[in-house]
Design a protein. Sequence first.
Length: 254
Amino acid sequence: MGKDELVKNVLYIINVIFAVFGLVTAATGIWFFVQLAEFVSLRNSNHYLLDYRVYWPQVAPWLFILGGLVIMMVAFCGWCGANKESRGLLGLYGAFLIVMVIGQVISATLIFVYVDGEDTDKFIKDTVYDGYYNSQSNPDVFKAFGRIERKLKCCGANDARDYRSWRNDLPLTCCQDSYYRATCDFTDKEANERLGCAKVASVYTKIISSSVAGATLLMALVEVAGIILSWTLFSSLREVEHYITERKEGETEC
């Protein structure tokens, strides 16, 4: 196997990795958006009529989705460039990778800086608190908040004591580890030990965002390898074209 064939095969593998990572990133963004929408839907919209601020958790899912789609398109460009041995596609692919690496480093840095900020905590906590208080007067919101308690294994907005002011007992959703099996049929001990949904949701938001940001930085390192390989193949094809051109211009082959 020649050097060019080896470079092409490695580029094929790298672009498959790119495509899979892009698909996973976009899917994570969609999943993140759906989970966030479930929380936001509990809020009393009248409280936010004049709130035009955009918070980091609302931006992150769209960055993941857009980034994933771009990665898949660039991977396709690199695959075609290597397969067709097209210098134009390889050059475009290398340029896209350089822009992607810069963009991913900036995005990951912003996530690491702002995801642990007070604004993120405030947005998550305000959303959960508003949903919890809205659930006291809206049966549909109460059921939706209960689904969140089951999913996150949390109880109340701050903790189980939130329910003591307006209920004689804790809702079953504070005591279930699934939709069918209660774990505290005879005592509220487990429910009282559970954290509030505001705290749990805030922690999960930070874990998900930071994990994707870390994976993005690792992928940026792989993309640097893709830049090097695409440039190697690009340069090799230029040398071949130059050699063929020189032979055509000569009077004889000897």
